[in-house]
Write a protein that binds this ligand. Structure first.
Ligand SMILES: [Zn+2]
Length: 563
């Protein structure tokens, strides 16, 4: 039997962790082992013992490197976990950086615990997405691409229903589902997601934005780049101020860099603001440069390290020659070749900057940063991207101190701001003060950049199989990773769509909100905890009886020897 218990992210959107147990081979494993984040009450859960014994866990199958999915791996190590963590190369490298960073600022674990994690990279060498990896006899796993962030995957687990029959069943864990669409990969970097297998029996899906539809304007890449470009031109060129963009070090910083390149190279020259960069001059060395090019600084120590991973991974190709992750629409937006778009992070990492016709994006390395007096010495830049995304830590704190009291400046928020964060305070204060404020203007662009699928995408993710619907099996859906309202809204929406029985749709047998109880995936039913407890007691009794009988035999043997 394979059974599952949703021990994390069943009561919120953080702390993702599903516990699986293959009883025939006594293989226990997890899908994700994430940290609880947000309120103090949520964070307190990180200090509680795991529900399982870490020593008994043989594998962790990791969907991606966000801390709410991988953040408790070092705690698992501290608890005695000696097994392997399966994930992509990109996820391994980024998770290591994120966990080392978390070890420095938290007290849950140390850097030494992070170094002890044993990684099994699933996409080393000649790799294609349908590669099956054996976990135990009759138990295997397959990873499929997600567009959520670099390295992200959905994970399928397949098992034999019993030893004699050839019948296989499978359960698919979505991880975080990206928002890229097959015909409109509107965020900068990632290809669209793979969908769960048509033949899967179960789908476990996230529901972060299960209740909302994304604004159509947010799904338009050129619109997003133009909105950002307009903010920059008005703040930096017309008002003479600086634009500060607080950004998460992982993925958001890299997306913002690509959007700014698209603005510099492609959108700006065609926009109403084209005149602001002046004429195109021939320099003495024979190169061309605009009179007033846009100079951008990226000040994010962790972001710089993560850029190094993007440099090697975004250009990676599969065994069939296709890019593993790179969004082919990016090249068109940059007006360059796909090959050039795949090498931009390498250029940034190797030379410290990307320079074209006077336009510059420079990234401070941690070493450079120590030598530079900031932010004073960075006044020659019109745009500064700085970590952290919620403005509570990192270089952005100093920039905000210096910049927020000058109404010429603009702060552009690009990610979710949790309650109590400085970013949320800035947003609320600017809403209160409104137009005419004597502070820097605060603009919220987070809706454009969210990496989670909205309700329409989530429904298509489950249902739209096209020609594969012929071979599909009716699926049982578990919804997790959402607040109660979004989970319920998504459940209703799935039931409605299921009732429509559209041509090409997957048949959904049932849909429910994931619970923290053992579910028997062979039988398709929750395991009665009373029965399970009495089974465990009977098992322990049998083992005690067994030991007693062996002891009795031993004592009899001793007595015989004595007489
Ligand atoms: Zn995520």
């Amino acid at each position: 039997m394979l059974k599952v218990k949703f021990v994390g992210a069943s009561e919120g959107i953080t702390g993702s962790c599903s516990w699986l147990w293959h009883t025939e081979t006594n293989t226990q494993f997890l899908v994700d082992c994430g940290m609880h984040q947000g309120t103090h009450e949520e964070e307190w859960k990180n200090y509680q013992p795991f529900e399982f014994d870490p020593k008994q866990i043989q594998y962790v199958l990791l969907t991606h490197a966000h801390i709410d999915h991988c953040g408790l791996l070092p705690k698992l190590i501290k608890g005695g976990f000696k097994g392997w963590v399966y994930c992509t190369q990109a996820t391994k490298e980024i998770a290591e950086l994120m966990l080392m960073d978390a070890a420095k600022i938290g007290d849950l674990f140390q850097e030494t615990d992070v170094r002890l994690i044993k990684w099994h990279v699933i996409d080393a060498g000649d790799f294609s997405w349908n590669k099956t990896l054996r976990l135990a006899d009759g138990l295997s796993t397959t990873f499929k691409r997600s567009s959520h962030v670099l390295g992200a995957c959905g994970i399928s687990v397949t098992w034999s229903v019993n030893e004699d029959s050839k019948e296989l069943k499978s359960i698919y864990f979505s991880g975080d589902i990206g928002c890229q669409l097959d015909d409109n990969a509107y965020l900068p970097l990632m290809k669209s997601d793979h969908q769960p297998y048509p033949k899967t029996n179960y789908i476990v899906m996230e529901s972060t934005y299960g209740a909302v539809e994304r604004d159509p304007g947010f799904k338009d890449a050129n619109n997003r780049i133009d909105v950002l470009g307009k903010i920059i031109c008005e703040a930096a060129y017309q008002k003479g101020g600086t634009v500060l963009i607080p950004a998460f070090s992982f993925h958001r910083t890299q997306e913002i860099i690509m959007d700014l390149l698209c603005w510099q190279w492609s959108r700006w020259p065609k926009s109403e603001y084209a005149g602001l960069m002046g004429g195109d001059k021939l320099k003495e060395d024979g190169t061309e440069s605009y009179e007033k090019p846009l100079r951008i600084l990226c000040d994010s120590p962790l972001g710089h390290r993560i850029n190094e991973v993007y440099a090697s991974q975004i250009s990676k190709r599969l065994s069939n020659g296709k890019y593993q992750y790179l969004n082919k629409e990016l090249a068109g937006r940059l007006s360059c070749s796909e090959g050039e778009s795949s090498k931009l992070f390498s250029e940034l990492v190797n030379t410290g900057c990307i320079y074209r016709k006077g336009h510059l994006i420079r990234c401070l390395t941690p070493e450079n940063r120590k030598k530079t007096r900031y932010p004073e010495s960075n006044s020659k830049y019109s745009v500064i991207i700085a970590s952290s995304g919620m403005c509570d830590n990192g270089p952005v704190v100093e920039y905000i101190k210096k910049m927020r009291r000058d109404p010429k400046n603009t702060i552009v928020l690009t990610g979710y701001q949790s309650s109590g964060s400085l970013g949320r305070q800035l947003l609320e204060q600017s809403e209160l003060e409104g137009v005419g404020s004597k502070q820097a203007q605060v603009i919220n662009m987070s809706g454009y950049y969210s990496g989670h699928a909205d309700q329409a995408k989530l429904l298509d993710y489950v249902f739209s199989l096209g020609s594969y619907s012929q071979e599909s099996k009716p699926a049982h859906i578990f919804i997790n990773h959402g607040i109660d309202d979004t989970k319920n809204a998504l459940k209703l929406a799935i039931q409605e769509r299921s009732g429509q029985k559209l041509h090409g749709d997957r048949e959904v047998k049932s849909v429910e909100i994931a619970k923290k109880e053992w579910f028997d995936l062979n039988a398709g039913a929750y395991i009665d905890s009373q029965n399970e407890h009495s089974d465990q007691l009977m098992g322990r009794l049998a083992s005690i009886e067994d030991k007693l009988s062996r002891l009795t035999d031993e004592i009899s043997g001793l007595k015989l020897a004595r007489y």
